[in-house]
Design a protein around this ligand. Structure first.
Ligand code: MTE
Length: 309
């Protein structure tokens, strides 16, 4: 079984939040302090974030914090894996507001600190599979995106949800290069966005999101390739039509709208059959829908997943 249900989780498997946080903070403090000294950088502000353990947690070992926060894709800060950790200190995650608009009865803007209080924060341990062939296991903190979408009351016309990351070349120096048509844009079908697994994430490993992981708020869609999980979101827009994502616009042959993890449909440049879990030596088989088939398979019943890749 890949996702543990509440009654499968032995109490001994749940680390008390305080112990966990204290342990993390100690390790982070040591690591961040050392990195800051070496690089001469101000320490990024890591604010502890309390959360309750959610039943949505895979049993795979979490990827070490250091790898989660230093091996990233965030093209707004450069195209190399170590660029975001080196450059993302120019991002200012406070003050920040997120606008929810489009096909909704109650459009509104949320201050990030109010948005975080909309529902109890949960810790969920998800697999993240990148289309480039590597994967990680990350303890995220947040709540289901559905909670937010219900608040703004989607109209009967709403069929898709578009996520728009911040556009500000002052804060995001990578936006001075035209690698993508900025801002970064991603999208989901409304039923995918409403699925309880789709997470609005504010933190990881017991603290607020480090800038390089998409501070102050991102989505995480664990059954899709990592690029669907847009970082540093400024606008969430409900639409009638399927939105054009930044990757589809850049290369429609390589990037489809659905982008479900599927070991039987290869990317033109990379086989998707196997993946390297960061920190492991041998490759492991990639699982259909990244191992979440029982939860999300029915969203795609009857669809040709080769055509709708
Ligand atoms: N969001 C924005 N705004 N810009 C990006 O370049 N990269 C995506 C996704 N979200 C990206 C983004 C890709 S390709 C991946 S694999 C994941 O973020 C990586 O998330 P992580 O660095 O937190 O592991």
């Amino acid at each position: 079984m890949l996702i543990k249900r509440p009654d499968d989780i032995a109490p001994s498997e749940i680390t008390p939040a305080e112990v966990y946080r204290a342990r993390r903070q100690f390790m982070q403090g040591a690591a961040a302090g050392a990195a800051g000294l070496l690089l001469g950088l101000p320490e990024a502000e890591a604010v502890p974030l309390a959360a309750t353990a959610s039943p949505y947690r895979v049993s795979d070992a979490p990827t070490p914090f250091k790898a989660v926060t230093s091996y990233n894709n965030f093209y707004e800060f450069g195209v190399n894996k170590d660029d975001p950790a080196a450059n993302a200190q120019s991002l200012r995650p406070r003050p920040w507001s997120v606008r929810i608009e489009g096909e909704v009865l109650k459009p509104r803007s949320f201050d990030i600190d109010n948005l975080m209080k909309l529902a109890p924060l949960e810790e969920r341990v998800y697999r993240l599979r990148c289309v480039e062939g590597w994967s990680m296991v990350i303890p995220w903190i947040g709540f289901s995106l559905a909670t937010l979408l219900k608040q703004v009351e989607p109209t009967g016309n709403a069929k898709f949800v578009e996520f728009v990351s911040l556009k500000d070349p002052q804060q995001m120096p990578g936006q001075r290069d035209n690698v993508l048509d900025w801002p970064y844009r991603e999208g989901l079908r409304l039923d995918e966005a409403m699925h309880p697994l789709t997470l609005l994430a504010f933190g990881l490993y017991g603290q607020t999101l480090p800038n390089q992981n998409g501070a102050p708020v991102r989505i995480v869609v664990p059954w899709k390739y990592g690029f669907k999980s847009a970082k540093s979101i400024a606008t969430i827009r409900l639409t009638k039509e399927q939105p054009l994502t930044a990757w589809m616009q850049a290369n429609p042959r390589e990037y489809g709208f659905y982008s479900n993890v599927n070991p039987t449909v290869d990317h033109p440049r990379w086989s998707q059959a196997k993946e390297r879990r960061i920190g492991e030596f041998f490759k492991r088989d990639t699982l259909m829908f990244n191992g979440y088939a029982d939860q999300v398979g029915k969203l795609y019943a009857g669809m040709d997943l080769r055509k709708y890749f």
